[in-house]
Structure formats: structure tokens, C-alpha cells
Design a protein around this ligand. Structure first.
Ligand code: ADP
Ligand code: MG
Length: 368
């Protein structure tokens, strides 16, 4: 059992404030991912949870106990870093056993715990090797093994896959998800990679400039981003954002004219906008279809034929507003030509000048 509650966490380094009023309630056995661009405060927040960094104000509660001022080893947490720092002269067995040797755990118990961790991580036949004889992915698993043997209440991971090549990262994502299921433990995982966040998390915390933009299940963030930042951070290729001017507001929603001249009535709450306001209309590339009677028009600049999909990059309107459509693999489009595409008002997100979403009317039921 380990819940993790962060209450009003603030952190400053000298006069630079890097975390602002972080409030999060992480459930027992949950896999939560902190995601955000470099420098947004992910590692600092994780290090504060671990006790490696002092908080300026706020509280950290693990399993109902306030550990805000507790020494790292008293917190029952274990952290895996990007650079896995194994001891090159020690075997895999001894590297995994290291924290237990420090704790003077009896030899038979120690052997059982190392072998259990090695079994979970498929390292049983590697225990006699030195780290130098392992691949990058295997080394990272040894580092994870070293945290498993300590039976922590909460596992913390700081970009553990960043040093691995793309194919291996994909494999390790699957392994870490499996590991989470097998250990049934609370895990907090930091990454700048939205794909890692989407694929592994039960819930994602999107951080921006030391603030929580949104905390929710992956598909909740995908379908209902609360801010323009979340909308453009989650989803690949990125959501298109088209500048538009509000033409009118009524019970059905708002009518806008977008860059390029397309007029749409968008079913969103118009309480906070008036005629003449500038907004941005967000549409995901995968929600765009090719059709001769389409409602938008782009000039195709670059076409990426991936096989299953044709990622089509172009411009909309005369001001060079970028637009991307994820069309079927054999879509009849050509670089240098104009193409008509259709977007549906129901798929559009609208962001006000402050970057917050205008709530959708009749938002579709959420499937999580
Ligand atoms: P992330 O992990 O999201 O890339 P960090 O948590 O490492 O971001 O850093 C957040 C901000 O805090 C950055 O602006 C960084 O320069 C600053 N920072 C981190 N550690 C220190 C430190 N020890 N002293 C001063 N500033 C720091
Ligand atoms: Mg970091």
C-alpha cells in the first residue's frame, strides 16, 4: 500500500522559482508519468519526492505519513536514473545486491531477493557477467533490479530510457509496463517523451514552467486537453492550431472564420468570447480527411509516405500557417499541388487568447 500526496509544493533555487503550487494525489499502485519539455521542473519534483532536494514550502505524504523532512532512506522510495551508474568491477549479481549489502541483509535472504528481481527482469543467466558485457537495455534492467530488491513503497524513474536507441526504448516501454503489473507498485516516471507518457501511464501529469497544466488519463488528455499547451504536447503528429476570428456567439456555439477563409460553427461554450476576438482552432492531423468538396484547402509542401499513412504537410491561407494531415497510405496527394480536405466541427478544439480551452458543448462520453 502506498499512496503519494503532494500538497502545495513550491521550490525556489535562490530567487528562481521552479515549482509552483503542485498539488497531486497519486493512488496506490498507480503508474503516473510526469511529462513536459526540458527545464519544466520534472526532475526537481522527483528529487523532492525522493528527498534528494529540499522543498521550499509544501508537504509530501507517503502512505498517510508526512515525510517532507525525512531522510531519503526513511521514505521507502527508490529511484532509477537516466545514467544507471553501475559498478563496472562488480558482477550483475553484486550490482543488484548492493543496497542489501549496505543494509547487511543476511546472505540467504539477499540471494532470494536478488534472484526474484533477476527473474522478473530476465537477467537470471546474466548474474555472473560484468556490466561491460551487457547491452544498454540489460544494464538499465540491472539498475531497475537494484531498486526492486529494496522493496520500496514507491518507485521513481527519471528518464530511464533516454540513453537507449529508439528500438530498444520501444521494447523497454513494454517491459516497464509489465514490470508495473508484476510488482503491483506505485510508480512515478519522468520523461520528456509524450509517447512514453501515453503508452505507459495510468495517469499523466503535464508540467509546463513548473506548473501542472493537466492531470488525467492518457485518452482524457488526448480527447479533452484543458489548454493549448497540453493539446500540442500530447498526440503525434502535433495538433494543428489555426488562427481564427470570432464572428458570433449563440446557443449553438461560436462561429469563426479561420485563416484561409473557412467559416465554421463550433459547438463550444462562448461565454468568455465576443465577436472580433482572436482564438485558435485545434484539429488533430488524424481527424482530417481527403475529399473533393472539402472545407479547407492546403498547398502540399512535403509528403511523408509511411506505408500505412501519408503524413501531409502544407500551408493553409496566405500567411504560411502550417497544417498537417495524416491521410491514408495511398492517398492521392502530391507535393506542390493544392488539396481539399475536410475537418468536422465536432473534432475541433478552440483555445482562447489565454491558452485555455473553450469547453465543448455535449462533450462526448469519455472512454478511458
Ligand atoms: P527537467 O527535469 O524538467 O528538465 P529540472 O527539474 O532539471 O527540469 O530543472 C527545472 C529548473 O530548475 C531549470 O530551470 C533548472 O535550470 C533549474 N535547476 C535545477 N536544479 C537546479 C539547481 N541545483 N540550482 C539552480 N537551478 C536549478
Ligand atoms: Mg530532468
Amino acid at each position: 500500500m502506498a499512496t503519494l500526496d503532494l500538497k502545495q509544493i513550491n521550490k525556489s533555487f535562490g530567487s528562481a522559482k521552479v515549482l509552483h503550487d503542485i498539488d497531486l494525489a497519486i493512488k496506490d499502485k498507480e503508474f503516473v508519468v510526469f511529462v513536459g519539455p526540458s527545464g519544466c521542473g520534472k526532475s526537481t519534483l522527483l528529487r523532492i519526492i525522493a528527498g534528494l532536494e529540499e522543498l521550499t514550502t509544501g508537504q509530501i505524504i507517503i502512505d498517510g505519513q508526512d515525510v517532507s523532512r525525512a531522510h531519503p532512506v526513511e521514505r521507502g522510495i527508490s529511484m532509477v536514473f537516466q545514467s544507471y551508474a553501475l559498478y563496472p568491477h562488480l558482477s550483475v549479481f553484486e550490482n543488484i545486491a548492493f543496497p542489501l549489502r549496505v543494509q547487511k541483509v543476511p546472505a540467504d535472504d539477499l540471494k532470494l531477493r536478488v534472484e526474484r528481481a533477476a527473474g522478473i527482469l530476465q537477467l537470471m543467466d546474466k548474474l555472473h557477467l560484468k556490466p561491460g558485457q551487457l547491452s544498454g537495455g540489460q544494464r538499465q534492467r540491472v539498475a531497475i533490479g537494484r531498486s526492486i530488491v529494496r522493496n520500496p513503497k514507491v518507485f521513481l524513474f527519471d528518464e530511464p530510457l533516454s540513453n537507449l536507441d529508439a528500438a530498444l526504448r520501444g521494447d523497454m516501454r513494454v517491459e516497464l509496463s509489465q514490470l508495473h503489473r508484476e510488482l503491483d507498485a506505485t510508480m512515478v516516471y519522468v520523461t520528456h517523451d509524450q509517447i512514453e507518457a501515453m503508452t505507459m501511464a495510468d495517469r499523466i501529469v503535464v508540467l509546463n514552467g513548473g506548473r501542472v497544466e493537466q492531470f488525467g488519463a492518457p485518452m482524457e488528455l488526448y480527447h479533452h486537453p484543458a489548454t493549448k499547451f497540453v493539446a500540442s504536447f500530447i498526440g503525434q503528429p502535433n495538433m494543428n492550431l489555426i488562427p481564427a476570428t470570432v464572428q458570433g456567439v449563440d446557443a449553438k456555439g461560436i462561429s469563426v472564420v479561420m485563416e484561409g477563409g473557412t467559416k465554421l460553427v463550433l459547438p463550444v461554450d462562448g461565454a468568455n468570447v465576443v465577436k472580433g476576438d482572436r482564438v485558435e482552432v485545434g484539429i488533430r492531423p488524424e481527424n482530417v480527411t481527403l475529399s473533393d468538396d472539402g472545407n479547407i484547402d492546403i498547398s502540399v509542401r512535403v509528403l511523408e509516405r509511411l506505408g500505412g499513412a501519408s503524413i501531409t504537410y502544407g500551408d493553409i491561407g496566405a500567411n504560411g500557417t502550417r497544417f498537417c494531415a495524416a491521410l491514408p497510405g495511398d492517398a492521392q496527394v502530391r507535393e506542390g499541388e493544392r488539396t481539399k480536405l475536410t475537418i468536422s466541427p465536432d473534432d475541433c478544439h478552440v483555445f482562447g487568447a489565454d491558452g485555455n480551452v473553450l469547453r465543448r458543448k455535449n462533450a462526448p462520453a469519455l472512454v478511458v
